[in-house]
Ligand binder design. Structure first.
Ligand code: A2P
Length: 282
């Protein structure tokens, strides 16, 4: 990958720009409109949105006001937990499209799996939601479909459907590599995307990461983003700060050496969201 618009290829042969702009935790209104416009001005062409972020109308305004051609953009959204099931998922998709002012999505994802700790019939719930995703895909209103936060036991029941997931977006940053999930995805040609590649900022003060980043005259944020890419994972850093939005794109002019990749890959957990997909209370 040499620029943010170079692409990973999904198993259905559609392409996805290798670095996306995360919109989680960007306040609705001027902040979200401004951040999306700034990201598109700086060169991002991949925007990661979700209904639950509460800012899709503003994300849509930012896209519209940017003047960037729809065909050049890759836009993702996600169906929230309260909308699981076949009919609710179809309705949620319509609302998201209307909020974003778009005619199609590039990628639609199930935001969290229904889990065994919450539902006896969690498998059936996920399969019904997935059936709606498949039908949206077959109707060509979305160009690729997938999931977020699915572990292998959540993914397994979806592998028998007509269309297999193309993407799994998970929490992924140094110290949180979710190896079993990533391995399952690799074996099944599912692209892994990283939410919170900076550990929501928690990576940034780590002394070891700081020392490695300094070797390359890069920031820890840039190191984390590049580390994702070199591991074949698509990073989705979020920022509302123009200088950081730009900084997070400047990751294509250095390569992390094998020994440093190994050292980062070996890091033990030192902070993150703490959310376990099988135990989240939402
Ligand atoms: P802000 O949005 O105020 O610029 P993640 O993508 O892992 O969820 O991390 C997002 C957090 O990291 C936000 O608090 C964001 O702050 C901060 N952040 C994003 N990019 C950088 C950067 N290049 N340097 C320092 N902090 C950053």
């Amino acid at each position: 990958m040499n620029t943010a618009t170079d692409c990973f290829v999904l198993h259905n042969k559609s392409t996805i720009p290798c670095l996306g702009f995360g919109t989680w935790q960007i306040p609705d209104g001027a902040a979200a409109i401004g951040a999306v416009k700034e990201a598109l001005k700086k060169g991002y062409r991949h925007i990661d949105a979700a209904a639950i972020y509460g800012n899709e109308t503003s994300v849509g305004k930012g896209i519209a006001e940017s003047g960037v051609n729809r065909a050049e953009l890759f836009v993702t959204s996600k169906v929230w937990n309260s909308e699981r099931g076949y009919d609710n998922t179809l309705a949620a998709f319509e609302k998201t499209l209307a909020d974003l002012q778009l005619k199609y999505l590039d990628l639609y994802l199930i935001h969290w799996p229904a889990s065994p700790s919450q539902f006896a019939d969690w498998k059936t719930i996920n399969q019904k939601t997935w059936k709606a995703m498949e039908d949206l895909y077959k109707s060509e209103r979305v160009r690729a479909i997938g999931v977020c936060n699915f572990m292998p036991h959540h993914l397994e029941p979806l592998m028998q459907g007509d269309v297999r997931p193309m993407v799994n977006q998970i929490e992924y940053h140094p110290g949180q590599k979710q190896e079993e999930t990533v391995q399952f995805c690799e074996l099944n040609s599912i692209l892994v995307e990283a939410w919170s590649p900076l550990g929501t900022g928690k990576m940034l003060s780590n002394p070891m990461l700081s020392a490695i980043a300094a070797k390359y005259r890069k920031s820890v944020a840039q190191l984390c983003i590049k580390w994702c890419l070199q591991n074949g994972v698509l990073p989705l850093p979020k920022s509302v700060t123009p200088s950081r939005i730009a900084e997070n794109l400047q990751v294509f002019d250095f390569t992390i050496a094998e020994e440093d990749m190994r050292a980062i890959n070996r890091m033990k957990y030192f902070g993150g969201s703490g959310l376990d997909p099988d135990r989240v209370p939402f």
